[in-house]
Design a protein around this ligand. Structure first.
Ligand SMILES: [Fe+2]
Ligand SMILES: [Fe+2]
Length: 405
């Protein structure tokens, strides 16, 4: 057997650092782009993949610590950070999906598949287990992107140039593993300004937009059916909460990995809440495209810095929303609507964690970004801001009721 058959433990560590870097870069770019992609299906998939990319990075970081690598971004070189910045500078859905999925994730997929035969598998079982664990989700992600891409590529002509540039940057750094022959650096195409963060969240042009003046909450007891439909339309609109978290995550890269990991899960939970709205309105005979989109709440929150958006969401909006969820569960159980009751019970369960994360990370954000306020003071200021600025009457009502109790 030749001595060159397998990579050394040091080379293995270097390769794992690159996997983790790229998974995290995918998470970050997809988070920043979630509000910028108008296609509903893509938003739903991307929301899941942000969490899966974050979870993959977290697993690899754990393995790196076992291999005594505690600063996984040290010594990564200068090309991968440039590649990550280039991913952010996509100009539309096709460029995001082509670069993230059809270049980076596809290359990661091939690398994970071959990793067991590259490392000393007999001695490096924990790494082999990780690559085996990560493969199914990555395969599903790439398969989705390949299928979805055929539906959208004609909508965004010229996307190949940016894909080729990003693929060229990866090749110039020796591919995903860094161990392939290094190609010459590609020439950077023109006209690729950074569009992030998105100040307005995007929807397909023909989708209806929410009109606050006609949004009335039907009485739960008097009109249970109208109330249910109204409530699940608002659930569908939790897409904007996910989009808000995407921009917050993108705007706070200085924060620790644990924070980013928690936010990526929080983001996916809001996608899931939107999906429970989507499932339920579907059962009640509506399509997502029939439901007016509450884009205004994302747009108005983007006028605030990321720290204030996070404090507003997790220490005001989410805690204020809890009593209504309990009341809805009780009501739906009472009228034997077990589907709605099950949906809200999972929402309520998730929200407990969101509020817990808010308590944990708001003080850290305040400190990291130099705010003089305490968590209680920023919560008070954000609630006053909400009462003044939200287009959603339900949020005002919840804020007012939270103070009555
Ligand atoms: Fe939610
Ligand atoms: Fe939440």
């Amino acid at each position: 057997m030749s001595a060159k058959t397998h990579i050394t433990i040091e080379q293995n560590t270097d390769v794992l650092k690159r996997y983790a870097f790229l998974e995290k870069a995918c998470m970050r770019t997809l988070a920043g782009w979630l509000p910028g992609v108008p296609e509903w299906e893509a938003k739903n998939e991307i929301g899941l993949h942000i969490w899966e990319s974050g979870d993959a990075a977290d697993l690899i970081f754990q393995r790196l610590r076992e291999l005594r690598c505690y600063q996984p971004e040290r010594g990564i070189g200068e090309l991968l950070p440039r590649l990550a910045a280039a991913l952010d500078r996509a100009q539309n859905s096709a460029e995001v999906i082509a670069t993230i999925y059809l270049v980076i994730k596809k290359a990661l997929l091939e690398a994970y598949r071959s990793h067991p035969s590259v490392t000393w598998s007999d001695f490096d079982r924990p790494t082999v287990q990780i690559t085996e664990k990560l493969l199914p989700a990555l395969e599903r992600q790439v398969a989705w992107a390949e299928k979805f891409f055929t539906e959208i590529d004609a909508r965004y002509p010229g996307w190949e140039t940016w894909r080729d540039y990003v693929a060229g940057l990866l090749a110039a750094d020796g591919g995903v593993t860094g161990m392939e022959a290094k190609a010459a650096e590609p020439h950077e195409p023109d006209n690729h300004p950074l569009l992030l963060p998105w100040m307005n969240c995007q929807r397909m042009k023909d989708w209806p937009i929410f009109d606050p003046s006609v949004d009335f909450e039907p009485d739960r007891k008097a009109e249970p059916e109208a109330h249910r439909l109204w409530r699940f339309k608002h659930y569908l609109n939790e897409m904007t909460a996910a989009e808000t978290l995407g921009s917050i995550l993108w705007m706070t890269p200085e924060m620790t990995w644990e924070y980013q990991y928690n936010v990526s899960r929080h983001l996916w939970d809001e996608i899931r809440h939107s999906q429970l709205g989507m499932v339920r309105i579907g059962q009640l005979g509506l399509q997502p495209a029939d439901v007016p989109q509450v884009v205004q709440i994302y747009d108005v929150m983007m006028k605030l810095p990321a720290v204030e958006q996070y404090a507003l969401l997790t220490t005001v909006i989410e805690p204020n929303g809890m009593p209504e969820k309990s009341a809805n569960r009780e009501h739906w159980e009472e009228i034997h609507d077990e589907i709605s009751a099950a949906a809200v019970s999972y929402d309520w369960s998730d929200e407990n964690f969101h509020i817990r994360w808010g308590k944990k990370w708001t003080p850290v954000l305040l400190e990291a970004y130099g705010y003089p306020e305490t968590p209680a003071q920023i919560a008070e200021r954000m609630e006053a801001w909400l009462l003044e600025n939200t287009p959603v009457r339900m949020q005002q009502k919840m804020a007012i009721e939270a103070h009555e109790h």
